[in-house]
Design a protein around this ligand. Sequence first.
Ligand code: BDR
Ligand code: CA
Length: 315
Amino acid sequence: MTRKIIIDTDPGQDDAIAILLALASPELEVIGITTVAGNVPLNLTTKNALKILEVANKTEIPVFAGCDAPLKRKLVTAEHVHGATGLNGIALPEPKIAAQDQHGVDFIIQVLRENEAGTITLCPLGPLTNIASAMQQAPEIISKIKEIILMGGAYFEVGNITPAAEFNIYVDPEAADIVMRSGVKITMIPLDVTHQVLTTNKRISRLKNLGNKTGEIVASWVDFFERFDEEKYGSDGAPLHDPCVIAYLIKPELFWGRQINVQIETQSELTRGMSVADYWGVTDKQECPRNVKFLRNANANGFYELLFERLKKLP
Ligand code: BDR
Ligand code: CA
């Protein structure tokens, strides 16, 4: 049976690869893509989502622009990593398709209202503004969400945008806090995992040689953003963050983690957006419920084999 998912995203090259992986996977039915401001402003994340659908020739999938700013904060973007368009690499043509008129948050609410409880999985790949807004505007939908599998946070690797915080959570910590406290089944894929799936030279060359246009485009994206991370971490290649969410949906056996308590720092300026993860179980279970499956390790080779096999099927 296929699993119905909504991808909530701020593309971003790694978001783009995640979307392509989902589109190439028969286990998943992408019922819509909602965009959010994050890596770049909303007009660009929306345009990028449309371009990605055209790359995959899946233009029937609807795109809905969501929130253009975090709940309470000024937007922080990451052009220094992703480039001015958010999708720097091989230049893609202006999209011919357009986003829907409906707001992304209204789409999420409508889908959850209209579908049976426990049938819709949310896959957030950016700041959690749209998801938290949907929960605030229509609290009755919360119990209808099957599961949330998100890329965000860090514990052992700590931060990538500040010394204490991962980008997606940092940009909208209040939204992340709402989601963490929602009671929905949550799986969190933090930097601790994504920093294990590196785009080595060998892997980029496999992508370039998949034999299709998608492979060339994906390799050019990776070539672009990995320079930044290689310089920062001194690693061979860069982490491929967001595709881990989709890979986990398809092959959860490639990942390991623990059910723990995770809370988000919203008060301190110094540690704003830190995901405080009780990996060692030192807090009281009653006061601090184990609200999150927090992943810690990934099988990197298995992850890349899956990515190569699926991306190869696209145009
Ligand atoms: C996350 O931040 C963004 O730059 C990436 O797309 C990913 O979702 C990693 O911290
Ligand atoms: Ca992202």
